[in-house]
Design a protein around this ligand. Sequence first.
Ligand SMILES: [Zn+2]
Length: 444
Amino acid sequence: MRAMDEAPGLLESQLVQAAYRNADWWRRTTVNHIERTERVDLNRLRTTISGCLLWLDTCLERPEICEPDLLSAFIQQFARLAGSGGQSRSDHSVVAALDQCINWTEGTGEQAASLYRARAIFFRTRVAESRERLSSLQSALSQAIPGSRDWIGTMVDLSEYYVEISRYRQAVRIFDDIRIDAIPDDVQDRYECATSLCRGVVLFSSFRNITQAETCLARACEMETNISGDDELAGWVARAYRYRGRIAELRGKPATALRLYLRGKAIQENLPMDAVVLGFFHLRIGELLAGHKLLSASRDHLAAGRRFFTAGANFGSGTLQADLGYAALYAAQQRYRDAEKIIQEALRASRRIGFRRGELLCLGYLILLQLRGGHLLRVPVSCAGAALTLWRGELSRNNIVGLLCNMPAMLSLAIRRMSDKWGHKRATERLAMCPCELHEHMEL
Ligand SMILES: [Zn+2]
């Protein structure tokens, strides 16, 4: 009798325990979570993040049934989502969970490079300059096996970080000591794409040599033929297209710029959802269209960009640049007062988060706006502000002569975005519409 009473309970608990400890079950559920995070709907971003966090807790309770590679893949995916859609109150638990995973992996004697990269991804959108993000990337680089995918990927992440904080020399120096014969044959193409992309981005962002930047970025885009099944490589190619679009804009080729932006966006849309990156694609397209009086289409893209940044809880440069996009749109509509208000707010925000390049951009926009609006008396104040920012930020880190010599290039792009008179005289192409699926083509 007693045996019969106890049997169901015992059986049940044994079954539960067996299932709980079953590696197949763990694998299936983890793969399921990864798939769910890859195609997450923007409205369900935070629910999905909470679900991932719960699953991560389960993994950490039973680390012995986890496969390190699959766990890493899940955590990277999760960090990408959490990094773009985290709520500030869940930040602490995300970081704690990631740290626990890193400790556990290192405890087993395995290298934790991919987990450190995941940790850095999480800090991507927090503030412009982040000690946490830098130290995560440095740990990832020191642990990654030279020549491995993580090693190459970490160098790209690190270079991107240095560009964001305007340390251009460090951004290219990462690749300086690498001997090409140290790169295994099977990753030579990836490495080539990575270095071309990073060099191109640095040359463009520092305005050192736009022509050379163009060549590097075009080289990175040649790898498009190899992107199938390699999401990271595809992401790099998409990014190279985005920068090529900006160069085309600078050269007065708006139709080419739009084509390049849309090509990059299409590649990005086929990848696991990254709200921040998609936000930037829409933002660039929105700004381009605003400068060419395609106001309704511009508004569609700016709104899409802002939606991505907001859903992504982006506290970094994204939201700020989205605001500048709206300022460009208002300027194109001759709503100067609204444009100036939004730029002043963006300026305060970039000072608050220590985003020097953003501050400089805001001041540049402000000067142009004041010139256009005829507020000439206020221009010297803004110029003084710009000089001060240059002194505190960009100039203390970079070559003053190089930056000043290239200021015309930077201003030229800003003018093109802000003005319908000055910017388009040298334009060799006409932009009549945006052919993307976002809008009805009302402006034909
Ligand atoms: Zn469009």
